[in-house]
Design a protein around this ligand. Structure first.
Ligand code: 4NP
Length: 156
């Protein structure tokens, strides 16, 4: 089983959106017995909360399930337990690098590194912009590419 963790700041907007979109794609491609998805935030403010209304609304509009998701904070053990750890922006990446004291930096990626042609390297935070549609568009293509990358690398 390949374990994938998506990480943002609050774990209520971007990373739960990415987790749900990625899991949907994994299921569509019949890989749910081989690849798992989870998400977490580097901050602690929203622990225990459901995804933001904007994230829930856009996922529902796209026919993607988001039931039962609860925000949690990323912890050191996650860096060992997960095989691919996907940061939404460079701040999240820096926070993860600071936690990666046992040589786990090779597992760390930024989602949009898989989407070079859009010329954007950070998924903008919709908590501040309110633009969940733009965020969805980036996350959708990022998850598609990430899944293709994992399938190739893991021969799935
Ligand atoms: P997220 O968005 O990192 O995409 O979940 C945020 C949610 C909450 C806060 C910041 C970003 N906050 O400052 O509370």
């Amino acid at each position: 089983m390949v374990h994938v963790l998506f990480v943002c700041l609050g774990n209520i907007c971007r990373s739960p959106m990415a987790e749900a979109v990625f899991r949907h794609k994994v299921k569509e491609q019949g890989l749910d017995k081989s690849i798992s998805a989870d998400s977490a935030g580097t901050g602690e403010w929203h622990i225990g909360e459901s995804p933001h209304q904007g994230t829930r609304e856009i996922l529902t509009a796209k026919g993607i399930d988001s039931k039962g998701m609860v925000a949690r904070q990323v912890k050191r053990e996650d860096l060992q337990a997960f095989d691919y750890i996907i940061a939404m922006d460079s701040d999240n990446m820096h926070a993860l690098k600071r936690m990666a004291t046992n040589g786990e930096t090779g597992k760390l990626y930024k989602l949009l590194d898989f989407v070079p042609e859009r010329g954007v390297s950070d998924v903008p935070d919709p908590y501040y912009t309110g633009n969940f549609e733009a965020v969805y568009s980036l996350i959708e293509v990022g998850c598609e590419r990430l899944l293709a990358h994992i399938r190739e690398r893991e021969s799935l």
